[in-house]
Design a protein around this ligand. Structure first.
Ligand SMILES: Cc1cc2nc3c(=O)[nH]c(=O)nc-3n(C[C@H](O)[C@H](O)[C@H](O)COP(=O)(O)OP(=O)(O)OC[C@H]3O[C@@H](n4cnc5c(N)ncnc54)[C@H](O)[C@@H]3O)c2cc1C
Length: 403
């Protein structure tokens, strides 16, 4: 597609992780981009996020992975534990992903991640622009709540799981899982001897865990067990999780009521199509998934890089969007299915079921998990930008020999 002459004007609705990463990827390839974000401003609030290796490998192609790693907490591993503190599995990301792909996992504040992406971007970010309707996806007109309209050449809907842009491409409803997640970033000093490590405790109908995010901050999450409603008080949360293995009691003890973010889990059915005409979806708008695989943002970042690559390497908008969808939809839907299976595993409610699960998970060979984790990164097949001479981009992040 022609670029650098400002000919293709791309509008991105939604300035979250996906929208900003997509804007950065397109801008770096010479396209003219503008972001339209509903929120009136970016505020330094919110929870943490764990960026897995495939996310960082994709961000590396945009030149931001190292800054993100250095602004968060690189983890040497993730430990899966039972409520009686038996280690069921250890994912040695420092020894596998970091060694083989250059990046392990990083825990970072969401607000910090968004700030880094914004700082790198030259394109305008118009805040206070809530999209209320899109007419004619072939040649889109976007209407905002403030009465203004735009008519971009290409419209990217990166407006999250409740996407308005999606209504014009693939109108479907989200599905509630009747599960609530608590998240917080309590200020707590933990005894973190050795390299920082994240953990999950797979309990009886709930799972909880997190990772250090800074010297004295911990990113904590937990699904609410049946005993706790989404309106549970801090005292209820403390008394429920107080019996969990260390350091959970210290973490819940340091929670302050106004710091807890409560989210009802929903997901999106796999969409029949991701684009129509010159309008396309990315991120949660295309594949909002459950958080159990820790991959929602990672898949959104993969979308961003793949979409920019498709723009760069196809002659027409139609060809570019078709190529993007064919690369990304199958991969994202596979990861989405994994997030379901992991969710079912992690939140098993009956004592017999979770005891069997914990026994099986601890008996599985470490090599099986390693193979799975290598495949997770290698399957991303992240394209790198074309060289200055327009030579074809490399596809893949290395590591192909391991699968
Ligand atoms: C509990 C939980 C834990 C998670 N943990 C992880 C994790 O550890 N690792 C990971 O990779 N993923 C994780 N995820 C998933 C991750 O948060 C999402 O996949 C990711 O944020 C999606 O980014 P996005 O930009 O597509 O959507 P969003 O983050 O939802 O951003 C959408 C943006 O669009 C804006 N917007 C919405 N509607 C409009 C509109 N009509 N007009 C204009 N703008 C609009 C919103 O204000 C927002 O800024 C988790 C999710 C949950 C629920």
């Amino acid at each position: 597609m022609r670029r650098r002459d400002g000919e293709v004007q791309v509008a991105i609705v939604g300035g979250g992780i996906c929208g900003l990463t997509t804007a950065l990827a397109l801008e770096q390839r010479g396209f003219t981009v503008a972001v339209y974000e509903a929120a009136s401003e970016y505020r330094p609030v919110g929870a943490g996020i764990l960026l897995q290796t495939n996310a960082l490998v994709a961000l590396e192609t945009l030149g931001v992975a190292a800054e993100i790693r250095d602004s968060g907490m690189p983890l040497s591993g993730i430990r899966i534990r039972s409520p009686r503190d038996r280690v069921l599995q250890t994912f040695d990301v420092g020894g596998v992903e970091r060694t083989e792909f250059g990046y392990g996992f990083v825990a970072i504040r969401r607000a910090k991640l968004l700030a880094i992406l914004r700082e790198r971007l030259n394109a305008p970010i118009h805040t206070g622009k809530r999209c209320v309707a899109v007419s004619d996806p072939e040649s889109p007109t976007v209407r905002f709540a403030d009465g203004t309209r735009i008519r971009p050449d290409v419209l990217v809907g990166a407006d999250g799981i409740d996407s308005r842009v999606r209504e014009t491409i693939s109108p479907v409803s989200t599905r509630s899982l009747n599960t609530t997640v608590f998240r917080a970033l309590p200020s707590v000093s933990l005894d973190q001897r050795g390299e920082p490590i994240g953990f999950e405790v797979w309990g009886d109908g709930t799972y909880t865990g997190g990772a250090p995010i800074a010297e004295d901050r911990f990113y904590w999450f937990a699904t609410a067990p049946p005993e706790l409603s989404e309106t549970a008080s801090v005292d209820d949360i403390r008394s429920y999780f107080g019996g969990y293995p260390d350091p959970i009691p210290a973490i819940v003890e340091s929670l302050a009521g106004d710091e807890i973010i409560t989210t009802g889990l929903r997901d999106l059915p796999a969409l029949d199509r991701w684009h129509r005409g010159s309008t396309v979806l990315a991120g949660d708008a295309a594949h909002g998934m459950l958080p159990f695989a820790g991959q929602g943002a990672a898949q959104s970042i993969e979308d961003a890089v793949a979409l920019a690559h498709a723009f760069e390497s196809n002659a027409t908008v139609g060809d570019a969007l078709t190529a993007y969808e064919s690369v990304r939809a199958s991969r994202a839907n596979r990861v989405r299915s994994e997030s379901h299976r992991l969710g079912q595993l992690a939140t098993m409610g009956t004592p017999v079921a979770w005891r069997v699960r914990n026994a099986v998970v601890s008996a599985l060979p470490v090599t099986l998990f390693r193979r799975f984790r290598r495949r997770r990164v290698a399957d991303a097949a992240v394209p790198t930008p074309a060289g200055p001479d327009g030579a074809d981009a490399d596809v893949g992040s290395g590591g192909g020999e391991f699968v």
